[in-house]
Design a protein around this ligand. Structure first.
Ligand SMILES: Cc1cc2nc3c(=O)[nH]c(=O)nc-3n(C[C@H](O)[C@H](O)[C@H](O)COP(=O)(O)O)c2cc1C
Length: 385
């Protein structure tokens, strides 16, 4: 008897393995949560690509804490549901920087999508457009900005800028993204130097050189990225420089990577339009707080003057609900999008987004929230273990 061809027997084995703490997914079993996509990506991506996507800095304390803090760190965040409200209609729509999105779950900037799927960022853009959410395109996109826009011309896009040491190049790029219809400029502030990612060092992934040659093809093969997108990052940028960027563009400027009340206050003082509370998915300075733990401090500091968003460790609908209850206007998701891409390109990203959106709908319904405006701090309690 060939065991693999008898579905009921396989199911039985599956249940037994799950019961003993093993995860078993045959090819016919659907991926039902974001960590299923993670497991699939681990199996199917090359080791260096998997390590590049998954890696955190140093001991990966912050990367892991980003997830754990939603569930089971010192004071776990628990939900306080309210019942007997009419939740026959639950509306997840909201706005960011005045633009409507179908749900407060958007796509964080991550580089090099063609490592995960041949169409790379074009697939991501299509999935974001179909879902009516915002996609922040990275400076390190592996498709040209023109191709990304052409792939999803109606999508809401923001552009993430790593500031180049040459001002003229920044100016040209900002003008280009503005003319291509990007709706905000997201300046990443937490990379004056790339964090110490041990796996990448072991695998000799050098974003400026080896990745270009090894994974995306060399210029000679005609499969290369534009020079600028491999460009260096200016470590000398400081608060006073923001006015120069503001003079360059009419786009709202959003700072990504703020973790403290001091920097949040400075951001408001320097007239930025938004803040993304983020520790870069634990890939920069290790042993900073989980994003969700830094959120409250930043929200309190800005006193409602600018929108605050969060990324880092969002894996379930409850995570989204908790971030919104603690003051985020919207969350952004990083690695799970790459897992979705690695699974089935645009359709894989769509599946990841659908699952998260459906989970968030369930979270809202079961806590008695009929609209995003009804999500507030009363839904949260911090419990001792
Ligand atoms: C593979 C990878 C590449 C990334 N590239 C960028 C980038 O180009 N620019 C940037 O601002 N952040 C980048 N990030 C950080 C993400 O925008 C985001 O902060 C982080 O992934 C959120 O955590 P999560 O992966 O747990 O959702 C990258 C993250 C990963 C995992």
């Amino acid at each position: 008897m060939v065991i693999a061809e008898v579905p009921s027997f396989r199911l039985l084995i599956g249940f037994c393995l799950v019961g003993f703490g093993f995860s078993f997914k045959g090819p016919e079993m659907p991926l039902v949560c974001l960590t299923d996509f993670q497991a699939h990506a681990r199996e199917h991506l090359s080791k260096s690509t998997w390590d590049f996507i998954e890696g955190g800095a140093d001991d990966c304390c912050t990367r892991d804490e980003n997830m754990a803090a939603f569930k089971k760190s010192g004071l776990p965040i628990r939900l306080r549901p309210r019942y007997l409200k009419d939740v026959s209609k639950v509306d997840m729509q909201t706005t960011i920087q005045g633009a409507e999105i179908s749900t407060p779950i958007c796509i964080a900037p991550t580089g090099f999508h063609r490592l995960a799927w041949p169409d790379g960022e074009m697939s991501t853009a299509r999935a974001a457009q179909a879902a009516s959410i915002c996609y922040i395109t990275s400076t390190y996109a592996s498709c040209s900005l023109e191709d990304i826009v052409a792939a999803a011309p109606r999508g809401l896009r923001w552009f993430q800028l790593y500031v180049h040491p040459n001002r003229q190049i920044n100016k040209q790029l900002i003008q280009k993204v503005e003319s291509l219809g990007f709706k905000a400029l997201v300046i990443t502030v937490d990379v004056p130097k790339v964090g110490n990612r041990r796996h990448d060092i072991t695998n000799q992934v050098n974003l400026m050189k080896n990745l270009w040659l090894k994974d995306l093809g060399s210029p000679e093969t005609g499969n290369s990225m534009p020079y600028f997108q491999m460009s260096p990052i200016d470590p000398s940028i400081c608060w006073e420089d923001l006015s120069w960027f503001q003079s360059m563009t009419r786009l709202p400027i959003i700072l990504k990577g703020i973790l403290t009340k001091e920097d949040a206050e400075l951001a408001v003082k320097h007239n930025v339009h938004g803040i993304i509370v983020s520790n870069h998915g634990g890939r920069q300075l290790d042993e900073v707080p989980a994003s969700i733990d830094a959120l409250t401090e930043v929200v309190a500091a800005v006193k409602g003057k600018v929108e605050v968003y969060l990324d880092g460790g969002i894996r379930t609908g409850n995570d989204v609900l908790k971030a919104l209850a603690l003051g985020a206007k919207c969350v952004f998701v990083g690695r799970p999008i790459l897992w979705g891409l690695a699974y089935k390109g645009e359709h894989g990203v769509k599946e990841v987004l659908d699952i998260l959106k459906n989970e968030f709908h369930t979270s809202m319904t079961l806590t008695g929230c009929r609209s995003v405006a009804e999500i507030n701090q009363d839904l949260i309690q911090f419990s001792r273990l």
